[in-house]
Ligand binder design. Structure first.
Ligand SMILES: Nc1nc2c(ncn2[C@@H]2O[C@H](COP(=O)(O)OP(=O)(O)O)[C@@H](OP(=O)(O)OP(=O)(O)O)[C@H]2O)c(=O)[nH]1
Ligand SMILES: [Mn+2]
Length: 182
């Protein structure tokens, strides 16, 4: 069954299954080595909780790290799930051939030009990762690296404010607690 003939529920299940297969050998960087798929599912859950019901956005959230972190290509996503979902994923995918520091600068520079759909996925991605950071330090991360992640996340978020008040309020609670806003 091709994506254009699918109902929304079918599409969501297909994307969840696709992401689970692609991330199946990956783990988060926490001590318990949580399965990586918890992250994309959690990002989609943040969006759903905030009232987002656009299936293309929720599917893009489920798939958002497949191209960056697995052998998945954008062409594959387009073939499986259509151009709308593939484009949102493309917008939130870093060029992994570049050094980490350069990717971080580019995220700040490119954030504002992203589509509304991609900005929503970005907000939820950063919220999930910062919540993880407040729960537990990733293995081998120094306090300085954690502080730098909060600071950089705020730089990205500051470029895309006005996208979703519910998620931005939750982000601001974290930034306030970290002393990055008053
Ligand atoms: N906080 C946290 N992050 C973890 C953990 N395990 C894996 N990650 C991933 O690590 C990335 C952040 O670590 P960095 O060191 O800054 O990433 P980098 O390798 O791409 O430079 C996030 O990627 P991302 O989702 O692509 O987002 P982004 O940071 O590129 O926005 C996040 O999903 C964990 O246990 N805690
Ligand atoms: Mn992510």
């Amino acid at each position: 069954m091709s994506a254009e003939n699918c109902n929304d529920v079918r599409l969501l299940v297909m994307c969840t299954n696709f992401a689970a297969e692609k991330h199946k050998t990956q783990r988060r960087k926490n001590v318990d080595k949580t399965p990586y798929i918890n992250h994309p599912i959690g990002v989609a859950n943040i969006l759903s909780e905030a009232g987002i019901s656009d299936v293309n956005i929720l599917c893009a959230a489920l798939l958002h790290d497949t191209v960056e972190d697995t052998d998945t290509t954008l062409e594959e996503l387009e073939k499986e799930f259509g151009p709308v979902i593939a484009k949102i994923v493309a917008e939130v995918t870093d060029d992994m051939s570049l050094p980490s520091a350069e990717r971080k600068i580019l995220q700040v520079q490119h954030a504002r030009a992203c589509s509304h759909e991609a900005k929503l996925v970005k907000l939820a991605d950063k919220l999930y990762n910062m919540r993880d950071l407040t729960k537990e330090k990733p293995e081998n991360w120094t306090d300085e690296r954690i502080s730098a992640y909060y600071l950089w996340s705020k730089q990205v978020i500051d470029e895309i404010r006005g996208t979703n008040p519910i998620i931005e309020k939750q982000l601001d609670e974290i930034f306030r607690r970290e002393g990055l806003i008053s």
